[in-house]
Design a binder for this molecule. Structure first.
Ligand SMILES: [Mg+2]
Length: 161
């Protein structure tokens, strides 16, 4: 993987869309991991660094909304953009309540998508900074009077969290 590229997880059950969108995003400086199911998306996110996930709403198996929730739960700083077809805007709106950065209606213009991905990536950078800052504050607050073992345990929690 190229370290100078944004890591994007693309999830869509339409194979043609998956292929063409992967190609288009890869030439525009994204490392793309493309999968066709929510289950596979969760697995891929556990095994690869992912900055942004672009997730289709309607898929067999766990749908886009469930995938979104699981991704946000497991990867605090990741941003998720939902792709939706006609007629599913209501559920897409629900997704923004569940933590999606934004939803886009398919078919969407590539330029519009790039614009959204750029902003989502900015947010992703801020998320990580905020989380790191929170951890630093917790580190400073660890009481010196605690036992070394308690401190070690707490440090590990902060590092994992
Ligand atoms: Mg679909």
């Amino acid at each position: 993987m190229d370290k100078n590229k944004i890591n994007l997880l693309l999830v869509d059950d339409e194979e043609e869309f998956l292929k063409s969108m992967s190609t288009r995003l890869e030439v525009r400086d994204f490392n793309v991991i493309a999968v066709n199911r929510g289950e596979a998306a969760l697995e891929a996110a556990r095994n690869n660094p992912v900055d942004i996930a672009l997730v289709d709403l309607k898929m067999p198996g766990i749908d886009g909304e469930e995938t979104l929730k699981a991704l946000k739960k497991e990867h605090e700083w990741m941003e998720v953009v939902i792709l939706t077809g006609h007629g599913s805007v209501d559920s897409a709106v629900e997704c923004t309540k569940s933590g999606a950065y934004l939803y886009l209606q398919k078919p969407c213009e590539l330029e519009q998508l790039l614009d959204v991905l750029k902003d989502a990536y900015k947010k992703r950078i801020m998320n990580r900074k905020n989380i790191e800052e929170k951890k630093m504050n917790e580190l400073l607050k660890i009481s010196q009077s605690s036992s070394p073992r308690d401190i070690l345990r707490r440090l590990k929690e902060i590092d994992n969290g």
